[in-house]
Design a protein around this ligand. Structure first.
Ligand code: NDP
Length: 331
């Protein structure tokens, strides 16, 4: 194994702003603390949350902030307190801020690291890890989706969206997909969506027609501000409204009385909370990897960028022109 250098390439921000504030720079390789391993990253995932920290929608925990919340790679060193993760083990991880994955090396809590099974490449693991755990835990724990129920996925051709559609199919739900173009809707149909609604159309009336007036039992909404009011109109009696992102902006404060007429279960979950316990991380990761290995879920990669081109990846993601996952390759 190559010796660990003193410095490394990384992408960080020193101030909030547009994609231009992402700096490709040279910084020290982090030291591993108690309970941590050092991972040599191979692929880092681009996630919409990275744009929230960059833009200031979410406050940065510190500056400069190395971006990125997930990656795959291999363990190259471990603190003396860590056992069971030998150097060379291929791993994936997702961690809270600052987890600093847009970098050649990241020091990660061993409790957040999982080994990648041999049937999966490091590229595939990075492409499905954070977004796959999001989609799967939100279906299982937040939406409690059952076979035959009506479900709706906004931005169904996106990273989380393509995974939600395929996973909802695997549990036998009826799936309505929304997206902003016919090409994106066709992609969602290919992954198993039963009904397609262009988000520029009157979504509420189309959904009432599709569901015969029943409404949607579980709505998965990562779009946020632009779709929340429609969600309240489309949700079925006793439905689960899972609002989990801000692609169009943050949902304004909600009047709780709006939930009364249909006994709506409104949730605003964060994936990390469903895998905070090691047993849950192992259970859901193993189920996620099995879904991919058994080909129930296909990995859709939009593009793989060089680490130095992280700004272009942010531009592309925020342009609404991407489908599936964006990755950074770390040479
Ligand atoms: P996507 O690949 O889904 O990209 C975002 C999509 O949102 C766009 O492609 C676009 O699809 C749609 N969109 C609608 N309005 C806008 C707008 N004004 N600007 C930009 N995009 C818009 O991103 P991700 O898969 O990375 O993330 C999806 C959502 O899930 C995000 O909100 C993210 O924050 C959230 N998320 C939340 C997690 C949690 O734990 N709570 C974990 C992971 C992700 P279209 O053109 O079809 O409308």
């Amino acid at each position: 194994m190559a010796p660990i250098p003193a410095t490394m390439k990384a992408v960080q921000i020193s101030k909030i702003g547009g994609p231009e504030v992402l700096e490709y720079t040279e910084i020290p390789v982090p030291a591993v603390g108690a309970g941590q391993v050092l991972v040599r990253n191979r692929f880092a995932g681009i996630n919409y949350i990275d744009t929230y920290f960059r833009s200031g929608l979410y406050p940065a925990p510190s500056m400069p902030l190395v971006m990125g919340r997930e990656a795959s790679g291999e363990v190259v060193a471990a603190h003396a307190s860590v056992s069971g993760l030998a150097p060379g083990t291929r791993v994936a991880y997702m961690a809270g801020a600052p987890s600093a994955a847009y970098a050649e090396f990241t020091a990660v809590d061993a409790a957040k690291v999982v080994a990648i099974p041999e049937q999966l490449s490091s590229e595939e693991a990075a492409a499905i890890f954070l977004q796959g755990l999001t989609a799967w835990t939100f279906i299982r724990e937040a939406g409690e989706v059952k076979a035959g129920q009506w479900t709706l996925v906004h931005a169904a051709a996106g990273g989380v969206g393509t995974l939600l559609v395929q996973m909802l199919k695997s549990v036998g739900a009826k799936i309505i997909a929304t997206a902003s173009t016919d090409e994106k809707l066709a992609l969602a149909k290919g992954y198993g969506a039963d009904y397609l609604v262009n988000s520029n159309d009157d979504i509420v009336s189309k959904v009432k027609e599709i569901t015969g007036g029943h409404g949607v039992d579980a709505i998965f909404d990562g779009v946020g501000k632009a779709t929340f009011d429609a969600d309240l109109q489309m949700i079925a009696l006793k439905g689960h409204l899972i609002s989990f992102g801000n692609a169009s902006g943050a949902v304004p404060p909600v009047n709780i009385l709006q939930l009364g007429p249909k006994n709506v279960k409104l949730m605003r979950p964060i994936v990390n909370g469903y895998v905070a316990e090691r047993a849950d991380l192992e259970k859901y990761t193993s189920e996620l990897f099995d879904l991919v290995i058994s080909k129930k879920v296909a990995v859709k990669i939009h593009n793989i960028y060089s680490l130095k081109d992280a700004a272009q990846a942010h531009i592309d993601l925020e342009s609404r022109g991407t489908t599936g996952k964006l990755l950074l390759k770390i040479e």
